[in-house]
Design a protein around this ligand. Structure first.
Ligand code: ADP
Ligand code: MG
Length: 261
């Protein structure tokens, strides 16, 4: 069996004296697409920060792309992992152009000021903006873009280093219906590509689980409620337990919705 691209073993995080993540294990194989779902405060972003090596767990161990965290220089590893989150969107300098936001990921930097980029890298950045449907915005500054446009630019940025693992924290948060559906189409298309790109996508909306994502990790109060095949995890029993109310899930054309039973 090949090494998983991501493995969390009994990971726990303590903050202000309480366990915000408790004994979470997750094994993501090459090319698998996972959603991490659960109520607000369930620990989803914390789990993703651990996976991206930005946060060190209080207990447990983590391996990313076959490397035990703690034994390798995480900076090298980070270049092979694409991640995007609201925290990243906040950190991007508003005066950078969309193309600069994307190309700077070639060296793992958040701005292009310290590095030189080849023509091929600059062309790739524009191609990736095209892939997510915003190549017309290449020269616009980040600060002038709408939330939906920023999310797409950050998605293009995650792909710049041709990563083996993508970590996306609520990429559809704050988008209107049209922008959300468009982003879901892009993610579905990414998931359908031949390249075995593993994706871990955090959401707290069932409607935002893209078709083609085969696995789910359901969290509540820092603990794993269920993990495994999407159809088993995004089901009435586990979701009702995670959200603490009776829910009924329906599926249509690969999309899920939940309502109070
Ligand atoms: N530095 C911190 N100190 C205390 N509590 C924290 C800290 N960071 C996060 N938390 C708490 O940990 C829980 C999980 O947070 P988070 O991972 O952001 O949840 P989610 O992404 O699922 O909404 C939340 O209850 C949050 O308030
Ligand atoms: Mg979160």
């Amino acid at each position: 069996m090949p090494d998983p691209v991501l493995e969390l073993r009994g990971v726990s995080v303590v903050r202000s004296g309480s366990w915000i993540v408790a004994d979470v294990s997750l094994r993501v194989a090459a090319g698998e697409r996972w959603v991490v779902i659960g109520p607000n405060g369930a620990g989803k972003s914390t789990v993703l920060s651990i996976a991206s090596t930005r946060l060190w767990p209080s207990r447990g161990s983590v391996a990313v792309l076959g490397e035990e965290i703690g034994r390798v220089d995480a900076r090298d590893l980070r270049r092979r992992v694409g991640d995007a989150s609201a925290a990243l969107a906040e950190a991007v300098h508003r005066g950078l152009t969309a193309a600069e936001v994307v190309v700077s990921a070639a060296t793992g930097a958040l701005a292009p000021w310290w590095d030189a980029y080849s023509d091929a890298e600059r062309a790739r950045a524009v191609d990736l903006l095209d892939l997510v449907g915003v190549s017309a915005l290449a020269d616009r500054t980040f600060g002038t873009l709408s939330t939906g446009e920023r999310q797409r630019v950050l998605l293009a940025r995650t792909l710049m280093p041709d990563p083996d693992l993508l970590l996306l924290d609520e990429p559809a948060a704050g988008l209107d219906l049209g922008a959300r559906e468009d982003l879901l189409d892009r993610l579905t298309a990414l998931a359908a590509r031949d390249r075995p790109l593993a994706i871990v996508l955090v959401t707290h909306h069932l409607e935002e689980v893209p078709p083609g994502f085969g696995h789910a990790l359901l969290l509540s109060r820092g603990r794993v409620v269920a993990a495994g095949r999407v159809d088993d995890v995004l089901a009435d029993g586990p979701l009702s337990a995670a959200y603490g109310l009776p829910l009924r899930v329906s599926r249509d054309a690969g999309r899920h919705t939940a309502r109070r039973a």
